[in-house]
Write a protein that binds this ligand. Structure first.
Ligand code: DPP
Ligand code: ZN
Length: 864
């Protein structure tokens, strides 16, 4: 595929002042009439995007005249659109009528059918599958929509904005009109039609405007949308309090859809959600599901200002809305729950997904300068690293100046489609600072490595900390320039306190490393003991710290830490090193001092159970790939289990004591109870690592009062692979076979923890549905992205178990196919046998024929 380049950007030479869309909905043949009021800004042809459309008629009217059929000589059609070869030089009206087939739309982009209802997904370029239109984010227009459909089958007809006229038509049809007064790009268009149950509520904005809220779900499911509704109202309030942003329409609707490529979509006034992120109750959803719903509802809502009111000029600027909105939702979650726990979870995700992406053939900068397939830019780098960049900005300028810059951004750019430069210009204006060097973070791919060397001169009581930064070459970027790395730091006394230097108070301080090398020099009062150095507290910069410390030095640092993130991270580093040592065979059993220290840390944190749970966490095999090459996932996985068993033995008394208590009741999904259940679940997982706890686990499974603990017990039984596993899996299936979202968990537990044979069996299961992305991901992605020892088996059996399914999924749904292909991103790091099998599999997939989206991933993975 030909790459699209940022450098080639030119504004669209027409403005679309208004567009009216009229739909006659039919699953096989939907008719769409689009009437646009157009004003040329220059001269030349007018290009409209369009894919998989059948043009029925095209008419044009110059200003002041009536519509008349456009002669074929005045336009040209091709597979990707329509060109008006000689449009009028003054304002005109263009009307097209096209026919589309929603029921044949398996790509789930554009207008399609899910569960017998119509729905849309237009980001990034799905609108061109609905009608001919300049499908680019910098063309903003006001949309008026009329929907006609059979009333009995589709009683609810929804679109963006606020409802207008509605009524009955002939032969059992009806219609509804919707008006969206806010100008928007086509990717924010949405339409839903069908029969739903509706959970209704209302909200009053800070300035007193009433908003009707509705969540549209499957029949019988309205009660299960209560948490999503609660999360929505809290998000609306939070955006007023934290950013001064109010909602701007009288209606806000969410529709839950079972078949959806993304998690959710922020269409103006009509968010469409993957039903996995709407429906929850204690019996069917885990605390992690509740937490995800809260954060995704917030994320989509926050897009109303960061994304919709102010959108991206082009898709290279995707991080402008996504990185910023992730930053906003992460802070919302931190305010709703525990800030340090939220930070740790965000960093786990960043390291697992984004660091891996940044270290492999798919590495790209947060704002790339070219792409082959826009769907493939919805990445951890754009989202998660994009959020980290905003976090660094705020840390450097402080929250007051950050708010000033944001206020200016909203004031200056409301109603516009803008760039990262526009965003930073607001912060330059608000603070008088120059962010040119900071913006290198947006242009350079790769994770900076910060090497730290300390020396202590006892005679002068001087501690010198040498810092240097280096970013490895990535595809197309052989040499990197230094970026500003804000390191929140402190000197520790080893007794839980901070040390002052002669010229520096005892408080933590921000040190910004903005050159390749620099030194921090601390002069202490004569006779001082050597302090310990706490660096990158709260993970203030998204970097990899390289510090040559012995196990004892690290343990001492963990004990001395005053920053909860670093306490956790210090143990994670030790745990990583321990797993690597066990995996390469230089040590056969886990170090007792380390296991003891983990036990001690967990016991000391029992008062903050969610934090204690994180202290028991072992890094995933995928995170360890980056630590030592070549990676041997089979050995890493075995080593990980050894350490897990040792931690379980160390904590045996706490585990039995905790699990002997009843789970908190009555159930509440809020942070306080979720924290207690997080520790219970962590302990259940540790029991699974022991191999002698099948009886206890089966009891826990049978008596689990909620899905959080039921699923943990099921997982632990699956890991332990002993007695009770088959019984629990069969029971779970019998109990939940009617609930697709719960069954996704059943599939995912087995694919994520089982063998290649298990995966073949799951793919052959009658409920495996190639057309449903959640189900495909719960098997193929769970296996290929979480079960690395089995997926990357040295005999290639893991690859062979899923390659045909990847091909078939890709054929129907290229966005899904491409997402699954990213499982190969780390293949070059593998030990030679698995590496050769991975390459063979990639080549077979390419030879069998992939979609352009999947081909983009495969060819980068092979070239890189
Ligand atoms: N823009 C969506 C999001 O919120 C992706 N579909 O991330
Ligand atoms: Zn988003």
């Amino acid at each position: 595929p030909v790459a699209v380049r940022l450098a080639d950007y030119t504004p669209y030479p027409f403005s679309i002042d208004e567009v009216r869309l009229e739909f006659r909905l039919d699953p096989a043949a939907t008719q769409v009439r689009a009437t646009m009021k157009v004003t040329p800004a220059g001269s030349g042809p007018m290009r409209l995007d369009g894919e998989a459309l059948t043009l029925k008629s095209i008419r044009l009217a110059a200003e002041g005249s009536a519509l008349s059929i456009l002669p074929p000589s005045d336009y040209a059609l091709d597979d990707h659109g329509l060109t008006l070869t000689a449009p009028p030089s003054g304002p005109f009206t263009l009307e097209t009528v096209v026919e589309i087939s929603p029921e044949k739309n398996t790509a789930l982009s554009g207008l399609y059918i899910s569960g017998g209802r119509f729905c849309t997904q237009c980001e990034a370029i799905g609108f061109r599958r609905i009608t001919y239109y300049p499908d680019r984010p910098d063309v903003m227009s006001s949309f008026r929509v009329r929907i006609e459909a059979e009333k009995a089958k589709y009683p609810h007809l929804l679109s963006n904005g606020t409802p207008g006229e509605a009524g009955d038509l002939e032969s059992g049809w009806h219609f509804a009109e919707w008006d969206d007064p806010h100008k928007k790009p086509a990717y924010l268009f949405a339409l839903c039609a069908g029969e739903y149950d509706v959970l209704r509520d209302s909200f009053t904005t800070a300035s007193g405007a009433p908003v009707d809220l509705g969540i549209y779900v499957d029949k019988g499911e309205a009660a299960r949308a209560a948490w999503a509704m609660d999360s929505l109202k809290r998000s609306m309030r939070w955006d007023e309090e934290a950013y001064g942003r109010e909602y701007d329409l009288g209606v806000f609707n969410i529709v839950a859809v079972r078949d959806f490529n993304f998690g959710a979509m922020e269409n103006k006034g009509l968010n469409i959600f993957n039903s996995a992120y709407v429906l929850a109750d204690e019996a069917t959803a885990t605390d992690l599901d509740f937490e995800a719903i809260e954060s995704i509802v917030a994320h989509e809502y926050f897009h109303n200002w960061t994304g919709n009111r102010i959108t991206c000029r082009d898709w290279f600027q995707l991080c402008l809305k996504e990185g910023l909105t992730v930053f906003r939702d992460q802070n919302f979650s931190a305010d709703m729950r525990s800030r340090p726990v939220q930070r740790i979870k965000d960093v786990i995700k960043l390291r697992a997904r984004q660091f891996a992406e940044d270290a492999g053939p798919l590495a790209h900068s947060v704002r790339p300068d070219n792409y082959a397939a826009i769907d493939n830019l919805y990445t951890a780098t754009v989202y998660e690293k994009g959020s980290e960049l905003i976090g660094m900005l705020r840390r450097q300028i402080g929250s007051q100046d950050f708010r000033k810059g944001m206020d200016l951004y909203f004031e200056r750019h409301d109603g516009q489609a803008v760039t990262i430069e526009d965003f930073y210009a607001c912060f330059e204006a608000a603070t008088g600072q120059d962010f040119a060097q900071f913006r290198r973070w947006y242009a350079q791919a790769g994770t900076p490595e910060i090497t730290v060397e300390e020396s202590w001169d006892a005679a002068s009581s001087t501690l010198t900390v040498k810092l240097s930064q280096y970013t490895r070459p990535t595809h197309g970027q052989p040499v990197k320039k230094p970026v500003p790395v804000p390191l929140l730091s402190a000197l520790l006394d080893g007794k839980g306190g901070h040390v002052a230097a002669t010229d520096r108070a005892a408080e933590p301080f921000l040190y910004v490393l903005d050159t390749e090398q620099a030194e921090m020099v601390f002069r202490l009062p004569a006779g001082s003991a050597r302090p310990l150095v706490s660096l990158n507290r709260d993970f203030s910069a998204p970097v990899r710290l390289k510090r040559a410390l012995s196990r004892d030095e690290r343990l001492a640092l963990v004990r001395a830490e005053t920053d909860p993130f670093n306490t956790w991270d210090g143990l994670q580093t030790l745990i990583k090193e321990e797993i690597l040592t066990l995996a390469d065979g230089s040590q056969t059993s886990p170090d007792t001092a380390l296991v003891g220290a983990i036990g001690q840390a967990v016991r000391g944190a029992m008062g903050d159970p969610a934090f204690a749970a994180l202290l028991t966490r072992l890094p995933d095999v995928g995170e360890l790939f980056l630590e030592r090459e070549p990676a041997d996932p089979v050995a890493l996985s075995a080593a990980r289990r050894k350490l897990q068993a040792a931690i379980a033995a160390e904590l045996a008394p706490e585990i039995s004591e905790t699990l002997a208590k009843a789970s908190p009741a009555p159930y509440n999904p809020g942070a306080e109870q979720a924290s207690i259940r997080a520790l219970r679940s962590a302990f259940i997982m540790l029991l699974g690592g022991r191999g002698d706890a099948a009886g206890t686990l089966l009891d826990l499974y049978r008596n689990a009062p909620n899905m959080t603990e039921q699923l943990s017990a099921l997982r632990a039984l699956t890991v332990s692979a002993g007695a009770g596993k088959e019984e629990a899996l069969a029971d779970f299936e019998a109990r939940w076979k009617q609930n697709a979202l719960v069954m996704d968990k059943w599939f995912s537990v087995q694919a994520g923890l089982g063998t290649a044979e298990d995966v073949r069996r799951l793919i052959a299961h009658p409920d495996f549905d190639l057309r449903n992305p959640n189900r495909v991901r719960s098997v193929v992605a769970a296996f290929a992205m979480q079960n690395l020892a089995a997926f990357h088996a040295p005999d290639g059996s893991g690859y062979r178990a899923v390659e045909e399914t990847i091909l078939a999924a890709d054929k129907a749904n290229p966005a899904l196919g491409a997402r699954l292909m990213t499982a190969f991103e780390q293949w070059r790091l593998l030990e030679p046998k698995a590496g050769a099998e991975a390459e063979g599999c990639l080549k077979r997939l390419v030879a069998a024929g992939l979609s352009p989206n999947a081909m983009d991933i495969a060819s980068r993975a092979l070239d890189g």
